[in-house]
Design a protein around this ligand. Sequence first.
Ligand code: ZN
Ligand code: ZN
Length: 242
Amino acid sequence: MKAVTWHGKRDVRVDTVPDPTIEQPTDAIVRITSSGICGSDLHLYEVLTPFMSEGDVLGHEPMGIVEEVGSEVSSVSPGDRVVMPFQISCGHCFMCDQELYTQCETTQVREQGMGAALFGYTKLYGAVPGGQAEFLRVPLADGTTIKVPEGPPDERFVFLSDVLPTAWQAVEYAAVPDGGSVTILGLGPIGEMASRIALHRGHRVIGVDLVPDRLSGARERGAEVLDLIWRSTSSGAAARSR
Ligand SMILES: [Zn+2]
Ligand SMILES: [Zn+2]
């Protein structure tokens, strides 16, 4: 299959690599139909280089169609449409029972002092091959797949993998009181999703950025916006004129 592989700092390529196979009875093989590129992938491109190995397959925001399942997988079958989250989790340990799946005790990478294993994200998180590839082996498939319906396009579901839950958690942890407001610094993918979620939850949203398209998009969706460039240049000019 074709896969996005890491070869060194700022050196990422599309290579032909062996197709994944079922290794454990709890595995599934998924044919990937869409796969996100994340800001977190930029860390692998540069600062996390010491924790990468040549040939590592990147990607942690995939979705696709189940091709094959191991004998102990019961929640999905071949043909099912699924999204995979960043983390690999069993779904039935103490942490999973608290819905703290990124700390799954079954996949925790304890020798590195980390939480649950992650797809495509360095030896710190288990060196698990990722989903920017034609096929993905999904370990612990019963806990690591989200079944989604047929019909709507992939773009309706692929954000369930990382962008939506990450942004949702940010808004949740902000604990905005009823009638309160929330300021979102940076309207990139996560910030934009956080602003949509905060608006959806009825909060007053103030979005801050310096990219015109991001600001106009947030304004159209109902956020108030603050243009950092305008603020810095106009306040700078005002300060200089004094
Ligand atoms: Zn991501
Ligand atoms: Zn678990």
